[in-house]
Design a protein. Structure first.
Length: 229
């Protein structure tokens, strides 16, 4: 389990001045824009404006803070007025963004190189302290109607609201309402926007509890990078 803390992430300003992006993780590690298979990041969007085109990349965007967005993708408006609803669209599309109520938002972005990587983004919501949801990997229908990734290589958990805890399968935090801070009750505690990256076998033996909301991202690399000439 790799713990990826939000504190200290470098903020990369957008070329159009409309916000900043903080990379959470990329595969292969250290990859640049032209070489990644998948990339997960959090973006602070502070004003309306166009998105940079990303040919050959599939995007899954989830508003995790703020009043929401209106995206215009190749001339079609798509309202995202609620948080925690993943929306998939092609990176090559002409895309513009408008802040609802003019208020800044934070987006969770998953970028996938077409033909090389696949992902499913699903949200897990807690039911109060001490009540959790077991997570192996996402079990729903996937993001924006796409089929879910059934055999992921890795699973990422991002705490997007409140605290999230990860522990070994079979671990118990006691009766509903019990403290989640008991010694030995969990292996990792994630604060807001912290993340954990697990291999699929480790994820299969992991339980997730959250007092807020966590994003669970199943990630698979389906093909190797093409050989350079």
């Amino acid at each position: 389990m790799r713990i990826l803390r939000a504190e200290g992430r470098a903020a990369a300003p957008w070329s159009n001045g409309g916000g900043v992006t903080r990379e959470v993780a990329v595969q292969p590690p250290g990859s640049g824009w032209d070489t990644f298979a998948w990339r997960v990041s959090l973006a602070d969007v502070t004003r309306d404006g166009p998105y940079s085109p990303l040919p050959g990349v599939r995007r899954i965007l989830t508003v995790v803070d703020g009043a929401g967005l209106e995206l215009t993708v190749d001339g079609t408006a798509q309202l995202l007025p609620e948080r925690y609803r993943p929306f998939a669209f092609p990176g090559a599309a002409a895309t513009g963004s408008r802040l609802l109520d003019g208020r800044p938002v934070v987006n969770l972005n998953v970028m996938l190189r077409e033909g090389r990587a696949a992902a499913t983004v699903e949200m897990v919501r807690g039911r109060g302290r001490g009540r959790g949801s077991r997570v192996v990997w996402p079990a729903g229908d996937g993001a924006a109607g796409r089929e879910r990734v059934r055999d992921p290589d890795e699973v990422m958990v991002v705490a997007v609201e409140g605290r999230t805890w990860l522990g070994a399968s079979g671990a118990s935090l006691g009766a509903p309402g019990a403290s989640l801070g008991a010694p030995g009750a969990h292996e990792a505690q994630l604060e807001r926007f912290d993340a954990a990256l697990l291999t699929a076998p480790d994820a299969a033996a992991t339980v997730l509890w959250t007092e807020g909301t966590a994003a669970v991202i199943a990630l698979s690399v389906t093909a190797a990078a093409p050989a350079r000439p």
